[in-house]
Write a new protein. Structure first.
Length: 317
């Protein structure tokens, strides 16, 4: 049952109880025992009913602290040419596939949600980060005052007008990095993100090598926007990490560089673009939802999009 339905039933039940108490109390105003019984019944209702937050798919922002352990070891990174049409289905920058060894690390099971990010944005650090509720850049975002510290050049912070259990979108690299740092975490590297998404066997998607409409929140699913984190039960990796093929593309900390053995030359290669990984609700499944897909984006404070979200990682041990 979703959060709105739970809130409705809680509200209805409490209203009925209150009316019962008032009607009976009007008849027997002097009977304090009846009033006390009504109060006890009302209290038991509140205590026994489930807490009014969304319970499906693990998307509640209260679960933002849940992380998956990705064990130490090697995995297959990148693509091979027979996985599709090179340059169309398979990115030329994904070649050649190679074995990469990583130390153990943790990664968030779910994309950072609006609720978790809202708490971060509302923090008053040095008195310089405050709500600016009257400022609007578009119907979909609230503007929140600047960030101090290492990324002091950031002018605004955006929180979409959405339920707290939806993934946070429209986030720049600097904002994502600042959030992760505030929680004692960091952004995952491209290698970490890809291993967490596909496991060690070189599969194309988190669930395997075949894509069907409805497996992830991509353009084909026609959701026309993000959905609550974990709403697509098939979009889960071998390590139990959700929404890595759909919902939002995600920032990584890695610079966009050619893979070893790749002789491709692109002006974006170097220290000017970061790699974004994963599919999104507003783009087709191929090529974007493939775990090996790479998308270069400049990590500037003004470079944010309704397609961009993130999750955090941290070292194990």
């Amino acid at each position: 049952m979703n959060r709105k339905k739970i809130r409705f039933f809680v509200s209805l039940r409490m209203t009925l109880l209150t009316l019962h108490c008032h009607s009976e109390g009007a008849k027997r105003l002097k009977n304090l025992g009846l009033v006390f019984s009504c109060l006890l019944l009302l209290a038991s209702c509140i205590l026994l009913l489930p807490y009014p937050c969304w319970a499906g798919g693990g998307g509640s922002y209260d679960k933002g602290s849940e992380m998956a352990l990705i064990p130490e070891g090697a995995f297959l990174m990148g693509s091979i040419e027979n996985e599709g049409r090179v340059g169309i289905d398979v990115g030329v920058d994904e070649l050649p596939r190679r074995e990469v060894y990583l130390k153990a690390f943790y990664i968030d099971k779910y994309e950072v949600t609006v609720g978790a990010y809202r708490k971060f944005a509302e923090l008053n650090i040095d008195g310089d980060r405050k709500f600016a509720k009257d400022e609007m850049s578009s119907p979909s975002v609230l503007l929140i005052g600047g960030l101090t510290g290492e990324r002091a050049r950031m002018k605004k912070m955006r929180v979409p007008i959405a339920d707290d259990d939806f993934p946070m979108s429209d986030v720049s690299y600097m904002e994502a990095e600042a959030y992760c740092k505030s929680t004692g975490k960091r952004l995952p590297t491209e290698e970490e993100w890809e291993k967490a998404a596909r496991g060690t066997d070189g599969r194309i998607w988190p669930w395997g090598n075949k894509f069907e409409v409805g497996m992830a929140n991509t353009l084909e699913s026609k959701e026309n926007g993000t959905v609550q984190s974990g709403s697509f039960p098939t979009d889960v990796s071998p390590y139990g990490v959700y929404d890595m093929a759909g919902n939002l593309m995600e920032w990584t900390s890695s610079w966009y560089e050619p893979y070893p053995g790749n002789k491709l030359e692109r002006p974006q290669f170097g220290k000017d673009y970061k790699v974004i990984k994963g599919g999104t609700w507003s783009a087709p499944s191929i090529p974007f939802s493939r775990a090996a897909h790479r998308h270069p984006v400049r990590p500037t404070e003004n470079n944010h999009s309704h397609r961009y979200g993130f999750r955090c990682a941290k070292d194990a041990g």
